[in-house]
Design a protein around this ligand. Structure first.
Ligand code: PSU
Ligand code: MN
Length: 315
């Protein structure tokens, strides 16, 4: 596990001192995944949802080259509204620090930092994964390899349907990342409830996920995340037909405009938001809020009923 020089927000320092549960949150969804100005409102709603469910939110990002665990409201606002915020995966962190940059952290960077900070639960929307043309482009998100070496529970709605879901599940297996559905064995496809693939395991309550964390620690398993896939209820998903149509046009634009690398995911998400008249945005927001609530309840369950907060060792 990598160690970083980390600055803690006051609210996170207080929560840890008092032994209260903390949930890590990423900032790339704020800066690069959601359109302005909704993104600022959503960032605040995510934090409030974590609080409403009994845990302290620690939104993670970089300000002036410093990694911050627990951005304050002004810092969240800055990352939401500023134009020059870098998208930071693990490999970018030290370069961005050297450049004193402002940056938003992806699932990969956020989970690495959270684990280094002793935070065991992380809520996001959807993971990065294997892109559809990966056999030619080699485009596979560093989220997958980061999760392979990071002991954290990531609550997400599976991987975005813009990706190759089956290939992503295969890579997660190879990389030794645990995967379980929350109250289902069907792996969700982010905007849509059913991503078309089964997973082997299902976990049914925050307490059962807390038992996973304890068992993992007792087994001395120090590498490998749990991807806990929390699907939207069927009546809340994006209309699958609208979804397929939008995806098709998005993939076409992607190749026409020759968009590659780290711009791919933000481009496709913004294409969805603009061509579904905000319907996908509404769905995206619901996904994140539901995952944040569940992550908070898991953090609460993992913190109570044990001698110390299991999986939350102080750094
Ligand atoms: N999930 C969302 N919106 C996002 C992302 C995930 O609902 O914007 C971000 C996450 O930060 C994830 C990143 O880590 O996209 C993956 O980017 P890439 O495919 O370039 O690795
Ligand atoms: Mn990529």
């Amino acid at each position: 596990m990598t160690d970083f020089a980390i600055r803690y927000g006051d609210h996170v320092t207080r929560a840890r001192r008092d032994g209260r549960p903390v949930v890590a949150l990423e900032s790339t969804i704020i800066s690069h995944g959601l359109p302005h100005p909704d993104n600022l409102r959503v960032a605040r709603e995510i934090e409030q949802t974590v609080r409403d469910n009994g845990a302290e939110p620690a939104t993670i990002g970089m300000i002036g080259g410093e990694i911050v665990v627990g951005l304050d409201d002004a810092q969240v606002e800055h990352l939401a509204l500023a134009q020059d915020v870098a998208k930071l995966s693990v490999r970018d962190l030290a370069i961005a620090a050297a450049r004193r940059a402002d940056g938003a952290t992806t699932v990969a960077a956020t989970s690495a930092i959270a684990a280094a900070a002793g935070i065991g639960v992380f809520a996001t929307g959807g993971l990065g994964g294997v892109h559809r043309e990966a056999s030619v482009t080699f485009d596979e998100s560093a989220d997958l390899t980061a999760l392979a070496r990071t002991p954290i529970v990531v609550v997400c709605a599976g991987v975005k349907s813009i990706l190759d879901v089956g290939a992503t599940l295969e890579r997660l297996e190879t990389l030794g990342v645990s995967v379980a559905g929350y109250r289902t064995t069907r792996f969700p496809g982010f905007f849509i409830t059913d991503g078309g693939f089964d997973v082997d395991w299902q976990l049914d309550s925050p307490e059962q996920v807390a038992d996973f964390i304890r068992a993992r620690d007792e087994q001395r398993v120090t590498e490998g995340a749990l991807v806990l896939a929390n699907p939207l209820p069927r009546d809340e998903q994006l209309d699958p037909e609208l979804h397929d149509r939008t995806l098709e046009s998005g993939l076409r634009l992607l190749s026409e405009q020759n968009i590659t690398g780290k711009a791919v995911t933000p481009f496709l998400l913004s294409h969805f938001h603009s061509s579904t008249e905000g319907k996908s945005l509404e769905t995206n927001i619901r996904i994140i809020l539901r995952n944040s609530a569940l992550a908070a309840r898991i953090a609460v369950a993992a913190t109570s009923g044990s001698a110390g907060p299991v999986g939350f060792a102080a750094p």
